[in-house]
Design a protein around this ligand. Structure first.
Ligand code: SF4
Length: 390
């Protein structure tokens, strides 16, 4: 597990070929010219951070290309971004370098180029192995392409592969979820992420539900699907190490662990978030504004918040509780804040958390109400009137 001083780089690529109906992320529909301009701006941003000395001097432990769909960029463009990042910040010899991909957006040849360029991990969005379920939520692609990408990735030399799945999709049943899990396990990825579908504001999916065209997610059914995933995946040799994440031994995502263990990361690209040097800051969520700032030699940061000791402690606790093994209360620093013991006792009595000495973790019930637990703890750390931790 990385130490708290581990450092990562997150690179946000804001393009997709089309918007899935459930997606509320900031993104732009991919166009070659806009992508070229984005890459030029991103390289300028990386150089500005290199000059600032904000990250380093230790080399990066992980680089994560997320989005959007990073593989809407060509493998050559992604390779240039990776090479520039490595040159500016340095990269530990065993660093994890992940690229997210939509199964339709890569070929064996493009994956081979990525592997050659130094990418070590591929994270592909399968979402479901049922074509009808994908179509209902406007998700392009097919289960067949998920199978193909697994073969192509292995041929290209990737061994560390993640597949994303979603449960609680409209019309999905416990049986069809079990079938998706079974078929995914047969593909033998090293890592699996299973996310409950959430209905976000301003999405096509929400509008369809409001018009009665699709059913809203059934929370009870989603809970049973979550339990089924844990049961089937643990039987297949996967370890659940975070609320939504399962892995084969040794394949936990190092990038994600940075977030959950208080590591530092710099985010570049439109809307990317950073946590470095006792500060949380985020980039403007607008490609035009992003490019305009960099054209004039300015960083495209739109908000920046220095963190107090209480902020840092509460964030460590909230993120650490997402880990199935839990987190040491004393290491988070929260014990020096009044009311925390009382709140921990309250959550224990409610069967939302369990405690073994200094270690605290969510119970099965607590995992269902992780956000509520987080808000309760944050309120106890920051004062009863504090609604959230920024
Ligand atoms: S591929 Fe991912 S980022 Fe792009 S629209 Fe679909 S869910 Fe959103």
């Amino acid at each position: 597990m990385p130490q708290a001083t581990a450092q990562g780089l997150y690179i946000h690529v804001p393009f997709c070929h089309q918007r899935c109906h459930f997606c509320a992320f900031y993104l732009e529909i991919h166009q070659a010219r806009a992508a070229e301009e984005f890459v030029a701006a991103l390289l300028a941003e990386l150089r500005l951070y290199g000059e600032s000395g904000l990250i380093g001097p230790a080399p990066l432990d992980s680089i994560y290309f997320g989005g959007g769909t990073p593989t809407t960029l060509s493998s050559e463009q992604l390779a240039v971004i990776l090479a520039t990042s490595r040159q500016i910040f340095g990269l530990a010899p065993d660093a994890e370098v992940t690229v997210e991909a939509h199964p339709d957006s890569v070929t064996q040849a493009s994956l081979a180029l990525l592997r050659e360029a130094g990418f070590t991990r591929l994270s592909a969005g399968a979402e479901s192995m049922d074509q009808t379920e994908l179509s209902r939520v406007g998700r392009p692609g097919s289960p067949l392409n998920t199978i193909r990408i697994m073969d192509a990735a292995r041929e290209a030399g990737f061994t560390n592969i993640n597949l994303d799945l979603m449960y609680g999709l409209p019309g999905q049943t416990l049986d069809s979820w079990a079938a998706s899990l079974r078929q995914t396990v047969e593909l033998a990825p090293a890592h699996l992420s299973c996310y409950a579908l959430t209905v976000e504001d301003h999405t096509h999916l929400k509008a369809s539900i409001q018009r009665g065209l699709l059913p809203a997610p059934d929370e009870e059914l989603q809970n049973r699907m979550e339990d089924l995933a844990e049961e089937m995946l643990s039987r297949a040799g996967y370890h659940r190490y975070e609320i939504s994440n399962y892995c084969r031994p040794g394949f936990a995502s190092r990038h994600n662990r940075l977030h959950w263990t208080g590591g530092h990361y710099l985010g570049v690209g439109p809307s990317a978030q950073s946590y470095v040097g006792g500060r949380r800051f985020g980039n403007v969520s607008d490609l035009a504004g992003y490019k305009a700032a960099l054209k004039t030699g300015r960083l495209p940061v739109s908000e920046s918040n220095p963190l107090t000791q209480a902020d840092e402690s509460c964030e460590r606790l909230v993120f650490g509780l997402r880990l199935i093994d839990g987190i040491s209360l004393s290491k988070t620093g929260v014990l020096s804040f009044p009311d925390i013991t009382q709140e921990v006792d309250h959550l224990l009595a409610e069967d939302l958390i369990e405690r073994e000495g200094d270690l605290v973790r969510l119970t099965t019930r607590g995992r269902r109400y992780a956000d509520t637990v987080a808000v309760s703890l944050l309120a106890s750390i920051k004062g009863r009137n504090a609604p959230v931790c920024h």
